[in-house]
Write a protein that binds this ligand. Structure first.
Ligand code: HEM
Length: 215
């Protein structure tokens, strides 16, 4: 039988293409957006990682989600540095979640509280993506808005404690393959992963509405 890591990757492939080619991502990667759009996007990520990482301590001992809780992945501190750079030291007073972001963060919290398998789906969708395509976004952001390479503004994309992302991803896939659940639960996790992608796509849609290109 196909390994779980292959299954989850294959099952979400179509939605990955959709997210990657969304208007907001295309405009961002195409260098067509101002830094305010990038800052607004970073701010949305902050709400999502707050939900993911505030639950981490509690889930560390969970037999299903626990093995995935790796402090070297944590992004909240990096996001906070980026936001301080992008918005100034008073950034906290100005942050606001878009309705789509609130829905996404709420779903992450709900899984974290009630369903460790669902939490794994959200964990995978974010962190493995950040370790992969995130590097392409970082490169674009540095070039488009002039951030220092791997410096303030793009620290979210820099995993200081993961010197070899490819090796880390291999280990992560082994964790997925060894996840302590039965086949039916694996199907549910795959479905939640698709939902996680859809939640991301909704945030992109909202952002592209807030930052339309004056064609
Ligand atoms: C323009 C935006 C994006 C680009 C250019 C991009 C690019 C990539 C690339 C090149 C990989 C393959 C890495 C490898 O084979 O090791 C990858 C994997 C991945 N991406 Fe993205 N991506 C983007 C957006 C996203 C988004 C929005 C999400 C979800 C929130 C996401 C989630 C993932 C996941 C979960 C994987 C791991 C697949 C696996 O190996 O199991 N990506 N991405």
């Amino acid at each position: 039988m196909e390994s779980f890591s292959t299954l989850i990757r294959t099952a979400s492939h179509e939605q990955h293409v959709e997210a990657e080619t969304s208007t907001f991502m295309s405009d961002l990667l195409g260098g067509r957006l101002g830094v305010s759009a990038y800052a607004r996007y970073t701010e949305q990520l902050w709400f999502v990682y707050e939900a993911l990482e505030n639950a981490a301590g509690r889930l560390a001992a969970d037999p299903v989600a626990g093995p995935f809780i790796r402090p070297e992945l944590f992004r909240l501190a990096a996001l906070e540095r980026d936001l301080a750079h992008l918005r100034g030291s008073g950034w906290r007073a100005g942050v606001g979640a878009l309705p789509a972001t609130r829905a996404y963060a709420d779903r992450v919290r709900e899984c974290a509280e009630r369903w460790p398998g669902g939490y794994v789906a959200h964990h995978y969708t974010r962190y493995l993506g950040d370790l992969s395509g995130g590097q392409i976004i970082r490169d674009r952001a540095e070039k488009t808005w002039g951030f220092a390479r791997k410096g303030d503004g793009v620290r979210f994309y820099v995993f200081e404690q993961i010197p070899n992302p490819a090796a880390f991803k291999r280990c992560y896939r082994e964790l997925l393959d060894g996840v302590a659940v039965d086949d039916l639960e694996k199907q549910r996790i795959v479905a939640e992963c698709k939902r996680a992608f859809a939640l991301n796509t909704e945030v992109f849609r909202a952002l592209s509405e807030e930052f339309p290109l004056s064609a």
